[in-house]
Design a protein around this ligand. Structure first.
Ligand code: C2E
Ligand code: CA
Ligand code: CA
Length: 803
């Protein structure tokens, strides 16, 4: 008993020392893996346990048989019995372990030690054999036993290959036992065998070590690989969850071999449906071909990594865009095996991009190409024909658009622009590219050569089309258009100059009274420069106190008494001298100066008139733009208050043009003005569109017949008829009627016969500076007296004649 424990102590001590020694030569196994490595080592041993045990039993029986005739028969029988029992025990343990199958895949260090111990014990039993069987045995028996021992060393170490500790524990006693007998035999052949056995032991031991190392290395590497796989798949699923991108893989033929769930979603088909299909089968086409590529197949041929290649794909009936990036994959032989990469649905981004692109080139309001597109079209036309057969630019601008926009509001202004753009496009058709430069400015690029007459006809058609009345949200709006034309190559040496000159021609067309077209002429540049100088001067005229009011008398038709004066603006220009309103009022309107000027006129006229004898009125002309600004009523009220002039002595003259532009906003302001107590006169009656409807819609106090009628009246009976009708109308509507431009006594007499109420004209007095008014009034009173005296004399002469 003590002996057994001594032996087992020696064996286990040796085993653990050997284990420590071996572990130094083996791969360092991470602590977390050690249990599993041990498990695999034992599992591999266990697989060979039946073979090992069978070999033990058979060999033990063989030895027994061989020794039957010898002296140690009984010893051998007992020994063989021990080996067989031990082997059968081992087999039983093996069967039990198989049945147990705990599902655990780790083994403790103790488990390994136990196996090593068991192997050592078996080795020890075998190690006893030479001592038991070869003592006094013959040479043949010795050789048989040594051969058997060598065989057992081979089988044992083979079976215990994965666990060098156990292999050594098993084989060492065998070798030691055999060597002990062989070396003490003094038989040369047996000594040689001893050498062979040592050699065999060393080879088996070393190969066992190296195999165990490979085994453990492989396990560790496999485990590492598995771990990496898990990490990668974790990262990938994280990636797929966290981003809109998805993963794909195709083989060398372009067929999908991996499709992530998200890709299937993006394609609108189940994964199974996609696997094995080529991407081109999804209706995919290159949307933006990278350089040197014409189709998707090119990517497969190139076998190079690509990035963000955009393809269009049919998802259901909808066209989608995917951005694909991929890297080529190669098999172990380095042959191209397909692509692996990521993809993303970029449909929304692409749509946004297209919208932005559209916004960059098209005007949102009218849908026309914008300024950028215009410049591109112009430079293309110039490059193609600018210097050869020629091209042309038409610049156009809507007249009075600003007034409509200001008074009716931006929605109506926008609707007007959209409608005008439609008309313009219809009018130009295929002849040119219609673009909106901004605001109410448009331009047409005519790419082909057109004769001046054709261009003129086109421009006139544009003016006519845009001047037709517009019906916008119950508003009846009339505007006009002016067009400037520049023709290449005659008018310019480059595209920029061509545009600049078309613009100059437009400037001129507007300056010449609008509603017309003008071809560019070389002198326009000079004219424009003068206009610019004028603009600069006019901007400082108010500040420099250069504006003056002249006053033209308004005369009663019967007694020729002065009933008031019309205030008429003059500009005392430091170089140009006295400039009349016809030369700068329109500019002031265009340049946005009229409101300030108009306010000054109102204040000045009221201030002057307040100093006149009480019944005398003052008439002030108003520009439509003053209504558009919106603060006219306040200005009038302030002027009256500041001057102290009775509202009934102020008469505001407006033109028909104002009423044409807008009805609602203007009428409201006119009513507010009337509520202040001032009088409203319609000026230049008969020259505009003369819609009599206006006379009904607004209670005017006076109409002023335009002087062209008066001038034509004598030689044209039709005009005389019209004038008669107007005066009749005035009486019917209870309006005063003033005839303007009365230059001759004859005209005055006819108009008096027509029962005009008042006259205004050179016959009675030209517009005069304020200082001349007292003298005029004296003269006028004297003339009146003279007229009374003459009339009385005539009357008494007639009476005497009658008596
Ligand atoms: P209007 O309101 O029709 O003014 C009358 C114009 O006819 C004045 O020209 C006057 O000098 C001219 N005139 C008067 N009697 C005769 C005549 O017997 N024969 C001829 N041939 N002409 C006559 P003016 O002063 O040059 O004013 C021209 C226009 O300028 C005015 O026409 C008016 O529309 C505008 N205007 C004048 N002052 C102002 C102003 O303060 N504000 C605004 N917005 N416009 C003004
Ligand atoms: Ca007037
Ligand atoms: Ca007038």
């Amino acid at each position: 008993m003590r002996q057994t424990s001594f032996f087992s102590g020696v064996i286990s001590g040796t085993a653990s020392r050997a284990a420590a020694l071996l572990s130094r030569h083996l791969t360092a196994v991470p602590e977390a893996m050690a249990g599993r490595v041990r498990f695999e080592q034992l599992a591999s041993i266990q697989r060979l346990t039946p073979v090992m045990m069978a070999a033990n039993i058979i060999n033990a029986q063989l030895v027994c048989l061989a020794g039957l005739g010898g002296t140690h028969r009984l010893t051998l029988l007992v020994w063989a019995g021990v080996v067989t029992c031990y082997a059968l025990l081992g087999l039983r343990g093996w069967v039990a372990a198989r049945r147990r199958k705990s599902g655990k895949n780790t083994v403790s260090a103790r488990g390994v030690r136990r196996v090593a111990l068991q192997a050592g014990l078996l080795g020890f039993i075998w190690g006893l054999l030479p001592a038991l069987a070869l003592h006094d045995a013959g040479l043949h028996m010795s050789m048989l036993v040594v051969a058997l021992m060598a065989g057992m060393i081979g089988v044992g170490s083979f079976a215990l290959l994965t666990l060098p500790v156990a292999a050594l524990a098993y084989t060492t006693p065998l070798v030691v036992g055999s060597l002990w007998v062989l070396l003490t035999s003094h038989e040369p052949i047996l000594l040689a065998l001893a050498g062979l056995l040592i050699f065999c032991y060393l080879v088996v031991g070393l190969s066992c070590l190296s195999h165990a190392k490979v085994f453990v290395d492989r396990l560790v590497a496999g485990d590492e690989l598995e771990r990496q796989k898990q990490v990668v798949s974790l990262l990938l699923s994280d990636f797929e969850e966290g981003s809109s991108d998805w993963l794909w893989e195709v083989d060398a033929a372009g067929a999908l071999t991996y499709v992530s769930e998200r890709m299937a979603e993006a394609a609108g088909r189940p994964r199974e449906d996609l696997l094995g299909r080529r991407v081109s089968e999804l209706g995919a086409e290159l949307a933006e071909a990278p350089e040197g590529l014409s189709n998707l197949g090119g990517l497969l041929i190139d076998q190079k990594a690509f990035r963000d290649v955009v393809v269009s794909v049919l998802v259901g009936d909808e066209l989608h865009w995917w951005a694909l990036s991929g890297k080529p994959i190669h098999d172990l032989d380095g042959a191209f095996a397909g692509f692996r990469g990521v993809g993303a649905d970029v449909t929304q981004a692409r749509k946004d991009q297209e919208r932005i692109k559209r916004l960059a080139h098209y005007d949102v309001l009218t849908g026309l190409p914008n300024r950028l597109s215009f410049l591109q079209a112009l430079s293309a036309a110039w490059d193609a024909k600018g210097k050869t057969s020629g091209c042309a630019v038409l610049c156009l601008d809507l007249d009075h658009f600003k007034g409509v926009n200001d008074s009716l509001g931006h929605p109506i202004g926008d609707a007007l622009l959209a409608e005008a753009a439609g008309r313009l496009r219809a009018c130009v058709g295929e002849t040119g590219v219609v673009t909106r430069l901004g605001g109410d400015e448009f331009a047409v690029v005519v790419r082909d050569h057109l004769a001046p007459a054709e261009l003129g006809a086109l421009a006139q058609a544009i003016v006519d089309a845009l001047s037709q009345p517009y019906e916008l949200n119950d508003h009846h709006v009339s505007i006009g258009a002016s067009v400037g034309i520049a023709v290449a190559p005659a008018d310019a040496d480059d595209a920029d100059t061509l545009l600049k000159n078309a613009d100059l021609a437009l400037y001129r067309a507007k300056g010449d009274g609008r509603g017309a077209y003008r071809f560019f002429e070389a002198t326009m540049d000079l004219w424009a420069q003068e206009r610019r100088a004028l603009e600069i001067d006019l901007r400082s005229a108010l500040k420099n106190d250069e504006l003056k009011l002249f006053f033209q008398p308004l005369i009663g038709a019967k007694a020729h008494e002065t009933i008031g004066f019309e205030a008429l603006l003059r500009w005392q220009h430091p170089r140009r001298g006295l400039v009349g309103p016809d030369d700068f009022i329109e500019c002031a309107e265009q340049w946005g100066l009229i409101c300030k000027i108009g306010e000054w006129v109102l204040n000045e006229a009221c201030r002057q008139a307040a100093a006149w004898p009480a019944p005398l009125k003052v008439a002030v002309n108003l520009s439509p733009n003053q209504f558009a600004a919106g603060d006219l009523v306040d200005q009038v009220r302030a002027a009256l208050e500041a001057s102290g002039l009775a509202p009934s002595r102020l008469e505001l003259e407006i033109t028909e043009g104002l009423l044409l532009r807008d009805t609602a906003g203007t009428l409201e302001q006119l009513k507010a003005l009337k509520d202040l107590g001032v009088r409203i006169a319609m000026d230049d009656f008969g020259t505009g569109y003369s819609s009599l409807a206006y006379l009904w819609r607004f209670p005017f106090d006076k109409i002023k017949i335009d002087r062209t009628f008066v001038a034509e009246m004598a030689g044209n009976p039709a005009i005389a008829d019209i004038l008669r009708t107007i005066t009749l109308l005035g009486r019917t509507l209870n309006l005063e009627v003033t005839a303007e431009g009365v230059e001759t006594a004859d005209q005055a007499r006819i108009l008096e016969d027509m029962r005009c109420d008042h006259f205004q004209g050179y016959l009675f007095g030209r517009p005069m500076p304020i200082a001349d008014i007292p003298g005029f009034l004296l003269d006028n009173t004297a003339q009146q007296m003279r007229r009374i005296v003459l009339d009385e004399a005539a009357e008494s002469a007639a009476a005497a004649k009658g008596a």
